[in-house]
Design a protein around this ligand. Structure first.
Ligand code: RIB
Length: 334
């Protein structure tokens, strides 16, 4: 039996975005007549049937989309939020932003708020285990999309970056630049992005026969980078790593600040690479090499996915989209 067409199929045939199909279905007054007729002919041609039961659940939902990020002080997440907000606005939707600060209780309070506000959908960069909460949201007609995280059992759509590949890229680059004693600095390891980056780093170090030291941090922050750098400087120079892969740019910037203040030459004495390629990386005290993530595209893609499921209520519209990270080389390793 032919599978019923999805919102994505209609969008592809009409050559519009999923958000536009959603507006044609829910707010045609916001769309030009030519586009409305093009979408409607695609709907007829494909025999698209909207899921009315799910739509009724969403009846009376607000025009806002809730977004919970891990850390609003991290420019990576503000770039994701800006990408999501600008894209949502192009479909007449607004974004309500909350920061969990990596605290499960705070994350829960924002999800409660979004449920009470009957938002159109939720984008979430989760702190911990959220599967049952996502299922509860959906039972109330609120689809959710995981941001910067993938969830294996397709309980929700997700948009993420292959952080294992990112970890491999970073450490391979350090070793190709001549490093022979590499350290990974990051934590807590309960955050999937950290453990994946460390896993990639470990496997490529092992493949290339170079020792990798793991130095855990309590958070991915500038102060934690400074603390670890101070501890490394207490060691005899021969016992220090000659290259450091920091789990994100904030930790790397903290390392650079303390090395610079202590007169340690980067990269000659210790090379440093970060992760995210935030705006401050290029302007750091030593321009920082990093592993870039398409942060704004992550935000835009998450909006498309949540609008697709909000429009159709069809689980077939769920996808796990994984972007590939890229190496950006600057003075801190070159
Ligand atoms: O929040 C932890 C890290 O995960 C951020 O720096 C960003 O890299 C995200 O992917």
């Amino acid at each position: 039996m032919m599978e019923s067409a999805s919102v994505r199929d209609v969008a592809a045939l009409a050559q519009v975005s999923v958000g536009t199909v959603s507006n044609v279905l829910n707010h045609p007054e916001k769309v030009s007549e030519t586009t409305v007729s093009r979408v409607q002919s695609a709907i007829r041609e494909l025999g698209f049937i909207r899921n009315d039961a799910a739509r009724q659940l969403r009846a009376g939902h607000s025009n806002a989309i809730g977004l919970v990020i891990l850390d609003v002080t991290n420019p990576f997440f503000t770039d994701v939020a800006r990408g999501a907000q600008q894209h949502a606005a192009s479909f007449g939707k607004s974004v309500i932003l909350g920061s969990s600060d990596e605290k499960p209780d705070l994350e829960r309070s924002y999800l409660d708020l979004f449920e009470e506000q009957r938002v159109l959908g939720v984008l979430l960069s989760p702190v911990g285990e959220v599967t049952s909460r996502l299922e509860r949201l959906r039972s109330r007609g609120i689809p959710a999309v995981l941001v910067d995280r993938i969830i294996p059992d397709a309980v929700a759509s997700s948009v993420s970056v292959d952080d294992v590949a990112g970890g491999r890229l970073a450490v391979r680059h350090l070793i190709e630049q001549g490093a022979s004693r590499v350290a990974f600095v990051g934590g807590p390891f309960g955050i999937r992005q950290v453990s994946d980056r460390a896993a990639g780093a470990s496997t490529v170090a092992q493949e290339l026969g170079v020792p990798l030291e793991i130095i855990a941090t309590d958070a991915l922050s500038i102060p934690e980078g400074r603390r670890v750098a101070s501890e490394l400087l207490v060691r005899e120079p021969a016992r220090r790593p000659d290259a450091v892969f920091a789990a994100n740019d904030l930790v790397a910037i903290g390392l650079l600040q303390t090395f610079f203040a202590a007169g340690v030459a980067v990269p000659r004495d210790i090379a440093v690479i970060g992760y995210d390629d935030i705006g401050f990386a290029a302007t750091a005290v030593v321009p920082l090499s990093s592993i870039s993530q398409p942060s704004a595209l992550i935000g835009r893609t998450a909006i498309d996915l949540v609008l697709a499921e909000a429009a159709s209520g069809d689980p077939a519209d769920r996808q796990a989209i994984v972007f590939q990270p890229e190496l950006v080389v600057r003075d801190s390793t070159a």
